[in-house]
Design a binder for this molecule. Structure first.
Ligand SMILES: *Cc1c(COP(=O)(O)O)cnc(C)c1O
Length: 223
């Protein structure tokens, strides 16, 4: 099936309120345009260099989501145009996003990335770190970021019960944060979870945003 067919098929499967992030990392601009031509507007990238080099050549109404680990010294390159930074995994990077967003006179929506996988991975926050962050004086002063929700990745495994358990954990974190810190903030609404291998489970567990790469663009040769 073509990229266009894949987009149409997946869009038909998604509940209306679930947003599709088409993860175009490592794939050519021609494939992005093929998806764009059937109405796809949100695309995800995980490398600053790749994103910065392709963004000027592609339609300006594309909403780029940054979904990778972001180094603080690279925030400035994406700050002028990024629609959402999905993988905020430390206070330091949030401070820098705020600083750069101020420079460009923007408010940048961010998701807090949680470590939910039972396997060991390097990136992501835990609930205690996030509570400290949200209660910190520094956070209170940040006017150029908007926390739009949370993001997480389940373990790469065939064990569906485990994947479901991990997504459920993220949903519970989302609800706890919503009630405790964001009940007056409608902008805090996204629960970004689900990739090609597990997005059906993620949707059953309440995902509002799925990030799908290989089911749209085909397998990647490298990450
Ligand atoms: C690559 C990537 C995806 C998409 O993965 P697929 O399995 O190809 O759908 C989603 N989220 C993040 C954070 C990624 O890095």
């Amino acid at each position: 099936m073509s990229v266009a067919d894949n987009i149409i098929k997946i869009k038909n499967e998604l509940p209306e309120k679930v947003k599709l992030v088409a993860v175009s990392k490592t794939k050519p601009d021609s494939m992005v345009l093929e998806a764009y031509d059937v109405g796809q507007r949100i695309f995800g990238e995980n490398k600053v260099q790749d994103l910065v080099s392709r963004q000027p050549d592609l339609p300006k109404d594309i909403q780029w989501h940054f979904i990778g680990h972001l180094q603080t010294n690279k925030v400035k390159f994406i700050a002028p145009f990024i629609s959402m930074i999905e993988a905020v995994d430390r206070l330091k990077v949030l401070i820098e996003i705020n600083r750069q967003a101020l420079t460009f006179n923007r408010v940048i929506p961010c998701l807090l990335q949680f470590h939910i996988a039972e396997e060991e991975t390097k990136f992501g926050l835990d609930i205690d770190e996030v509570k400290d962050l949200l209660e910190s004086e520094e956070y209170g002063k940040m006017k150029n970021i908007s926390i739009a929700g949370v993001m997480g990745m389940a373990t790469f495994t065939d064990d569906e019960d485990q994947v479901r358990r991990e997504f459920r954990r993220l949903r519970n974190i989302f609800r706890e944060l919503k009630v405790t810190y964001f009940s007056e903030e409608p902008a805090f609404k996204e629960l970004s979870m689900g990739m090609s291998g597990d997005y059906h489970i993620a949707i059953e567990e309440g995902s509002t945003m799925v990030r799908i790469g290989s089911d749209i663009f085909g397998e990647r040769n490298f990450h």
